[in-house]
Design a binder for this molecule. Structure first.
Ligand code: PTJ
Length: 275
């Protein structure tokens, strides 16, 4: 199907089409489409823009990534399909940041497909295709990690995650930065630094903030972050958006392009007298 750029929701439709194609190729699992739909709904509620609270979290997360000794960004099927370019940009912006494939629905073919998407986008070294370690206490395949990557990371960026691994990483003393549009998700509520923002926006901001930080010459530190306050701010942003929407007039219904042909005499058509 050809999408018209004039469609008011063109961007959203184009993203969906990209994800659907990635699902047909096996890069994204069907469950990833469900996850995306959930994300879309929350992004609607957030006004499809980065809230001031999300920007604060992104700035602090950029600092954490720069301050870390072994920072790692974890990449699953959805992230590879939607944001391989942004991951590559972030890897360039943060010296020492490594990208690692980590899948909930792991197969060797999918792990290779994620790595290929990242390499094509410009990530030179991709970890996790052939895992060399396993996180204890995590029953899912997300436990398969790289000994040089997630296993030894001090700061781990986990976009579009399930809460279990976030908890497992934290139990090992590793810091977790999450990107998840749902401020109520287990991941958001478990992470040390939850970023409630859309994946591509958040990664773009992180890269920009990291570059700015480095240009400034300031020393990056693992300064504390109030995760509970960040989640409360995201919930307030949603409430504010709903209140605004409730006050605003409803959008005009689209006008038909061409007037419909006048019905011939005697055929059923619009009539003022019919109810
Ligand atoms: O590729 P795999 O096998 O590792 O599987 C990946 C999925 C996404 C299927 C897996 O991680 C999963 O099932 O995730 P969940 O538990 O559905 O969680 C995904 C979370 O990401 C949800 O809370 C969504 O609201 C959120 N989300 C979805 N799309 C976006 C998003 N957050 C930010 N940006 C998005 N574009």
């Amino acid at each position: 199907m050809r999408l018209s750029r004039r469609h008011p929701r063109y961007r959203s439709l184009a993203v969906r089409a990209r994800l659907a194609a990635a699902a047909r190729s096996g890069l994204v699992v069907p469950e990833g489409l469900i996850a995306h739909g959930r994300g879309e709904a929350f992004d609607y509620l957030l006004g499809e823009r980065s809230s001031p609270g999300a920007r604060r979290a992104e700035r602090r997360a950029a600092e954490w990534l720069l301050a870390a000794r072994h920072p790692v960004v974890s990449v699953n099927g959805n992230v590879a399909a939607l944001a391989a370019r942004e991951v590559a940009e972030l890897v360039r912006a943060v010296p020492g940041l490594r990208a690692e494939v980590n899948l909930f629905h792991r197969t060797p073919a999918r792990a290779r497909a994620v790595a290929t998407a990242l390499r094509r986008a410009g990530v030179r070294r991709v970890l996790g295709v052939r895992p060399t370690a396993r996180l204890r206490g995590l029953p899912s395949d997300r436990a398969w990690v790289d000994a040089e990557g997630i296993a030894r990371a001090d700061v781990c960026l986990v976009p579009l995650e399930d809460g279990d691994r976030t908890a497992a990483l934290r139990a090992r003393g590793q810091r977790v930065i999450a990107i998840d549009l749902n401020p109520l998700s287990r991941t958001s509520r478990t992470a040390d630094l939850p970023i409630v923002d859309e994946l591509t926006r958040a990664l773009g901001h992180l890269a920009r903030d990291a570059r700015r930080w480095r240009r400034s010459g300031r020393v990056a530190r693992l300064r504390p972050f109030d995760a509970a306050a960040a989640l409360a701010a995201a919930q307030r942003a949603i409430r504010g958006e709903l209140t605004r929407a409730a006050r605003a007039p409803s959008p005009p219904s689209p006008r038909p392009r061409r007037a419909s042909p006048r019905p011939a005499r005697g055929t059923p058509g619009r009539s003022r007298r019919t109810p």
